[in-house]
Design a protein around this ligand. Sequence first.
Ligand SMILES: Nc1ncnc2c1ncn2[C@@H]1O[C@H](COP(=O)(O)OP(=O)(O)OP(=O)(O)O)[C@@H](O)[C@H]1O
Ligand SMILES: [Mg+2]
Length: 399
Amino acid sequence: MSSYLDRIGAGFIISNPEALDFDFVPNEIVGRETIQSELANKFASIDRHDSSCRAVITGPVGSGKTVLAKTFCRDLQRHLANKREIIIAHINCRNASTSTRVVQRILHEIDPGHPDRGLSMGELLLSLRKLTRKNSSHLIVVLDEVDHMLRKSGDDLLYQLLRIDEDQQGKGTLSLILISQEQVLDVLETAVISRMGKTNLIQIPPYRFEELSKIAKQRASMALNEGTYSEEILNLIADKAVHSGDARLVIELIKAAGEASEFRQDAHTERRITIKDVYSQDENLAIDVISEIQSVDDLRPHEMLVLLSICRRLRKEETMTTGDVEQLYAVVCEEYGQKMKSHTTIWKYLKELEKRQIIVSRIASIADGRGRTTHLSMPHFLPADLVNRVEMLLKKRLK
Ligand SMILES: Nc1ncnc2c1ncn2[C@@H]1O[C@H](COP(=O)(O)OP(=O)(O)OP(=O)(O)O)[C@@H](O)[C@H]1O
Ligand SMILES: [Mg+2]
């Protein structure tokens, strides 16, 4: 009777949906080795009992700030297991945006039963001092999206946390990591900046294609069934996210494509993610914002013929080479009764299509290491949609 529910839990494509959740933390991160070393460097002395460290991490949306800090603190905790006990309080200041809420959360991380209601800031800080002293462990406070707290409550709490050991006998009680998309150091008072240390700033760049592709591979291998995706499909996904440099978009695209493929499975379908599955949620993921389909309307007739040859191939394949374009363009010219343009002109047309963000090109080394080749893909449009539009336009232009 309720056979439509059969697909629930079937897992033809997606084997582990949790790995695609927005707050899932992978066991290790990929493609950020240099930044990880930089952060470890700021904490080089943390194994010593009297040492406190500090870092400020900034970078654009989805550049991996949160996951970098989370995996770093977790790895550090394990690494120092026999030397120094580390307690981690990772607080997201978007959810706890006043300084009082932030201290309450920190206390809650150390002592889940701590009564926090009705206590003043002074009393909360006193509790924090006492607690950290009592269990002689080292506390790492991570204030994620700290700009939210700074806007509401200013930087006084930072000042208090940074001088927690002053006027006390203790030393090395607390380390602090601040995370923000914005350059927060600029808005801090001089006394706070000098305690944080100007040189403790780590600026993370947006992800590039190679890193997004690695992240896509790692996440797909954790979340999807083997054999349901190809490397080319994952590269297409990385291409789609590269303009934003946002790793979250890669994961959302894998999820969207996986779910679209899962949705159309029946007894006769191939258990694979197709190119069309990858584009299935573009409207919701707002990927097309950079380019409208109308941007092809004023191309010159031969630019359209080149585009048509590209689209026809990319309906079935994720990428193609410039050599493929020339071959297919020759076929298309014959079909439309046109004389082919020269190699150099075709190359100019490709540049124009790239400028309009209709295609994306990427230079890759050939597998056997003998030279490099240019790969073209169409991350922002479904090639089949463009074929229809260009064929219609060409009919008018070449009359
Ligand atoms: N290098 C990486 N390896 C594996 N997964 C990654 C990597 N970088 C980011 N991710 C994943 O991408 C998603 C976004 O990363 P994260 O939340 O750390 O970004 P962020 O910089 O904190 O973004 P925001 O500014 O929006 O807070 C997360 O699901 C995270 O697990
Ligand atoms: Mg974050």
